[in-house]
Design a protein around this ligand. Structure first.
Ligand code: ZN
Length: 304
């Protein structure tokens, strides 16, 4: 089923009378296209939905021009996941998993320490060749991806963050609701309301409590708009919505980029990649597009 009603967007907002801002991300078709023909077991597809919407929420809260990447690496059944989103709003991602762990009849524990194991999650901002890459890395600490991200923000960024992630791979709908306490110093600090520390803490706690009343059913309900959801949650305090940003799936692979990568491989590695008809076959891990080259086209690329 293609779900044209469900939004593909990030909706930024702030809560009136509090130093709290947030992002609501909901992805339907874009999430479906990321799952594509990967044929992930359902728990893997659901994790991808969580990571995808979380990446979009975090990316939208940063000022950058280029690429924001979230990548996990761990020793469990889901050993690697990556999602990247451009400042233009195109998003893509894929996961690597051990098929045997998801074989029929095997019930997998969906808590992060089991399904992903121990490892780390890396946040990268890449703004092009002549700029410095920003990277933050943290251990996977928590029962869910949301908890892992929350502990990252608390420890590394000293930024109070509450995150709600949900996804339904079968119906291709995923959502993230994130609120953050506005920083007291640094960028954005000048927008803070002048509240006493007690008022500040109380309004943050209230925002978190209200947020936790949101159900996953509501977040994934195609009959409710982003405005409906945020109004339901915060109508008593008041909520302000900013321009929403549409997101769409798009891969950035090309024959040219694949050739450039292959040109750095050893002859032995290339020989291993050859099909019976002597062509070098390389598949884009994001979109599964298959690229085929003969020795001559690779030689021609190297000669340039
Ligand atoms: Zn691709």
């Amino acid at each position: 089923m293609t779900d044209t009603q469900f939004p593909n967007e990030v909706q930024p907002f702030s809560i009136e009378g509090a130093n709290v801002r947030g992002r609501l991300v909901r992805l339907g078709q874009a999430y479906g296209e990321i799952l594509g023909s990967h044929d992930y077991p359902e728990p893997v597809g659901n994790l991808m939905g969580e990571l995808t919407t979380m990446t979009a929420a975090l990316a939208n809260s940063l000022k950058y021009d280029g690429l924001f990447i979230l990548q996990t690496q761990s020793d469990g059944p889901v050993s690697m996941m990556v999602v990247d989103v451009t400042s233009d709003g195109t998003i893509r991602g894929y996961a690597r998993h051990d098929s045997d762990s998801f074989a029929a009849g095997y019930e997998i524990d969906k808590a992060v320490p089991h399904i992903m194991g121990s490892g780390h999650i890396a946040f990268t901002v890449d703004q092009g060749p002549d700029t410095e890459r920003y990277q933050g890395i943290t251990e996977l600490e928590g029962a869910s991806l949301a908890e892992c991200a929350q502990s990252y923000f608390r420890q590394s960024e000293q930024l109070e963050t509450a995150l709600l992630l949900t996804s339904d791979a079968a119906n291709k709908r995923a959502a993230a609701l994130m609120i953050q306490k506005m920083p007291a110093t640094g960028e954005g600090a000048e927008q803070r309301l002048k509240l006493t520390p007690e008022e500040d803490d109380e309004s943050w706690r209230d925002a978190v409590i209200l947020m936790s009343s949101m159900t996953t059913e509501e977040l994934l309900d195609p009959g409710l708009s982003s405005w409906d959801l945020l109004y339901r949650l915060y109508h008593e305090t008041g909520v302000r919505l900013y321009d929403n940003k549409p997101l769409k799936f798009q891969c950035r692979c090309s024959a040219e980029k694949v050739l450039a990568t292959l040109a750095s491989f050893s002859p032995e590695d290339l020989a291993d990649m050859k099909s019976d008809d002597g062509l070098i076959v390389a598949t884009c891990e994001f979109c599964l597009t298959e690229y085929k080259f003969d020795d001559d086209s690779l030689a021609a690329h190297r000669a340039r």
